[in-house]
Design a protein around this ligand. Structure first.
Ligand code: AMP
Length: 542
C-alpha cells in the first residue's frame, strides 16, 4: 500500500480558526434592532464561538444535541453556526415566519434541547403553546428589556470565555453540525441535516470565480435569512475567504438595506427576487441618493429571476447572479453565468442564458428523467424531473421521514423541479412537478407565463396556477398585481402574451389582486391560490 495524502478532516472549526489567524481584523458588522451598528472581527467571532462551545459543554451539551435558534442575521447567530458544531452539537435554525403548528411540529421532530433567541423575538415563544419544550433558553439582549424569569442570558453563557489552552473535542468531518427544515410548500416540513464535510465543500464550490466569486476583497451582505438554508451557506463561505460581512438584523426594508450598503461599502448581496424588486424601485426613483459600490453583485435565487429584472438591474449598474438550489442541496446546485463562448451572442440571447438556472458547480451532477423513468437528452427542449447527486446533497431526512419517493434506487435526489438542460449544460426550470398545467394532454409552463407577465410594464407580480377544467383537465389562470397607479386590462394582457406564446397557452382568466400570498420563505403560495380558484370553471363549462 503506497502512502498518499493525509486524511485531514474537512471541518468548519478549521474555517473559523484560520479566519481568526489570517483575517483577524476583518469586520463582521451587525445591525441591531435600534439600527445601531455593532462591530466585531473574525478574531472576536473565533473567541466568542469558542466561549459558546465551552459554555455549552459546561452546561451539559452531549454530542449530537440540537440547539435551536430563533434569530435574525447577526454576529450571535454566526457564533452559534461555529460554536455549536465546535462543541459537537447541531444548531437548528427555526424559521420565524412559520405558523405556530409548523414550529411546534418542527421543534418536537428535531428534539431540540436548547434554544438561543433574540429578545425582540421573545413573543414568538408563545407560539409553542406557552410551554416551550426546551430545557434551557438563552436570550440575546438587544434592548433594555429584562430577561424573563427562568430564561438565561446568552452573554452569561459565553461568560469569561474559553480558557486559552482549551481545545475543542476532536471532530469527524461526517459529524452533523446543522439542521434546517424544508419550507413545506409540498407537505409537512422535513429536517435536512448538514455535516462539516458538506458545509466545507459547499463553501469551496460557492466561492469559485464561476460560482459566486467571493474573496477577501468583498463586503458581503446576506439578506437571505440565516434561518433559511444557512443564508445559502454564505456566512461559512465568507468566513472561509475572509470577506467582510454585513448583517442587516431585522431591517430588511429596501431603504434600510440601501443605507446599510452605502455605509458599509457592500459590493455583494444575496436574496430572493422580491427583495430586489423593492431595491430597484427605490434606486430608479432617486438614483443619486445612495452611494453604492460600482457593479454591485446580487445573488438571486429561491425563485426565478425574470429576464426583465436582470435587464433592469443591468441598467442600474447592478449585476444579477442567478443561482438555483434547495434546502436539501445546502443549497447551491447551479449558477447561470456567461462564458467566453457566449460573448458573440446578441444581448437578448445573453439575457436568456442568464435567466436560466445555470450549470452545476464541480461535484454536483444533474440528470433529467421523464415520467417513464427514462433519462432525457440535453437539448434544451425535452422536459423531465431534475435529479441531482453530490457531496452536499442530502441522503435522507431527519428521522427517515417520507424518504421513499424522494431518492431513486440508484441514489439520486428527486428535486420535484421540472426542467430542460441545453447542450451547454444550462438547466432551466419550467415548473415544480405540482405546478405544471396539464392541458389536453400537453404541458404548459406556469413559470414561463409568469416571467413574461412580470415583463409587462404595468404588472408588478404574477402567479399562474393550474385550475381543474372539465374538458382540458386543467387550464391556466393568472393572478396579477398591478404596479402602483396602473390599471390592468385583461384584453391587453392577453394580446401581450399572444405575441409570445401559442394560443392554447394563454390563461383562460385573470384575477387582479392587491398582493399574492407568500409562504415563510418568500415564495408564492400557489397551493393556496389553487385552492381558492378550484371551482373557477364550475359554472363556465366547455
Ligand atoms: P427551498 O428548499 O425552500 O429553498 O426551495 C427549493 C425550491 O425553490 C427549488 O426546488 C425550486 O423549485 C425553487 N427555486 C430555487 N431557486 C430557484 C431559481 N433560481 N429559479 C426558480 N426556482 C428556484
Amino acid at each position: 500500500m503506497h502512502a498518499t495524502m493525509m486524511n485531514y478532516p474537512l471541518t468548519t472549526n478549521h474555517l473559523i480558526a484560520r479566519a481568526a489567524k489570517l483575517f483577524g481584523e476583518v469586520e463582521i458588522v451587525s445591525q441591531a434592532p435600534d439600527r445601531s451598528l455593532i462591530r466585531h472581527t473574525y478574531a472576536d467571532l473565533h473567541a466568542r464561538s469558542r466561549a459558546l462551545a465551552h459554555g455549552l459543554l459546561t452546561a451539559g451539551l452531549q454530542p449530537g444535541d440540537r440547539v435551536a435558534t430563533l434569530m435574525w442575521n447577526h454576529h450571535a447567530h454566526m457564533e452559534v453556526y461555529f460554536g455549536v458544531p465546535m462543541a459537537g452539537g447541531v444548531y437548528h435554525t427555526l424559521n420565524l415566519r412559520l405558523s405556530p403548528e409548523d414550529l411546534a411540529h418542527i421543534v418536537s421532530d428535531a428534539g431540540d434541547r436548547y434554544l438561543v433567541i433574540d429578545d425582540v423575538l421573545l413573543p414568538l415563544l408563545a407560539k409553542f403553546g406557552g410551554r416551550p419544550p426546551f430545557e434551557r433558553i438563552f436570550v440575546v439582549r438587544w434592548t433594555d428589556q429584562l430577561v424573563p424569569e427562568g430564561l438565561h442570558e446568552y452573554e452569561g453563557l459565553i461568560g469569561a470565555g474559553a480558557p486559552a489552552d482549551w481545545t475543542p473535542p476532536p471532530a469527524n468531518e461526517n459529524d452533523p453540525i446543522g439542521m434546517c427544515y424544508t419550507s413545506g410548500t409540498t407537505g409537512r416540513p422535513k429536517g435536512v441535516v448538514y455535516s462539516h464535510r458538506a458545509t466545507v465543500l459547499h463553501s469551496l464550490a460557492s466561492a469559485l470565480p464561476d460560482s459566486l466569486d467571493l474573496s477577501v476583497r468583498d463586503s458581503l451582505c446576506p439578506v437571505v435569512p440565516m434561518f433559511h438554508v444557512n443564508a445559502w451557506g454564505l456566512p461559512f463561505t465568507a468566513t472561509m475567504v475572509g470577506a467582510k460581512q454585513v448583517h442587516p438584523g431585522p431591517h430588511l426594508q429596501p431603504d434600510a438595506l440601501l443605507d446599510l450598503w452605502a455605509k458599509e461599502r457592500v459590493n455583494v448581496s444575496a436574496g430572493v427576487p422580491t427583495i430586489w424588486m423593492g431595491i430597484m424601485k427605490l434606486v430608479a426613483q432617486d438614483p443619486g441618493k445612495w452611494q453604492l459600490q460600482p457593479n454591485l453583485r446580487m445573488v438571486v435565487g429561491g425563485s426565478a429571476a425574470p429576464e426583465s429584472m436582470i435587464a433592469a438591474m443591468d441598467e442600474l449598474g447592478m449585476q444579477v447572479i442567478h443561482a438555483w438550489g434547495m434546502t436539501e442541496t445546502t443549497p447551491l446546485g447551479s449558477v447561470a453565468r456567461l462564458q467566453p463562448k457566449h460573448a458573440q451572442l446578441p444581448a437578448a440571447e445573453q439575457l436568456k442564458i442568464r435567466a436560466k438556472q445555470g450549470i452545476a458547480p464541480p461535484f454536483v451532477e444533474m440528470r433529467v428523467v421523464d415520467d417513464q423513468g427514462r433519462e432525457v437528452a440535453w437539448d434544451g427542449e425535452k422536459i423531465g424531473e431534475l435529479q441531482v447527486r453530490g457531496p452536499w446533497v442530502a441522503a435522507g431526512y431527519h428521522g427517515g421521514v417520507e424518504a421513499a419517493d424522494k431518492w431513486t434506487e440508484d441514489g439520486w435526489f428527486r428535486t420535484g423541479d421540472v426542467v430542460t438542460i441545453d447542450a451547454d449544460g444550462y438547466m432551466q426550470i419550467t415548473d415544480r412537478t405540482k405546478d405544471l398545467v396539464k392541458s389536453g394532454g400537453e404541458w404548459i409552463s406556469s413559470v414561463a407565463l409568469e416571467n413574461a407577465l412580470m415583463g409587462h410594464a404595468d404588472v408588478a407580480e404574477a402567479a399562474v396556477v393550474a385550475v381543474p377544467h372539465p374538458k382540458w383537465t386543467e387550464r391556466p389562470i393568472a393572478v396579477v398585481v398591478a404596479k402602483p397607479g396602473k390599471q390592468l386590462d385583461e384584453a391587453a394582457l392577453t394580446a401581450y402574451l399572444a405575441e409570445r406564446f401559442e394560443k392554447w397557452w394563454l390563461p383562460d382568466g385573470y384575477v387582479v389582486r392587491e398582493e399574492i400570498p407568500r409562504g415563510a420563505t418568500g415564495k408564492f403560495l400557489k397551493r393556496q391560490l389553487r385552492d381558492e380558484l378550484v371551482s373557477w370553471f364550475d359554472d363556465k363549462p366547455g
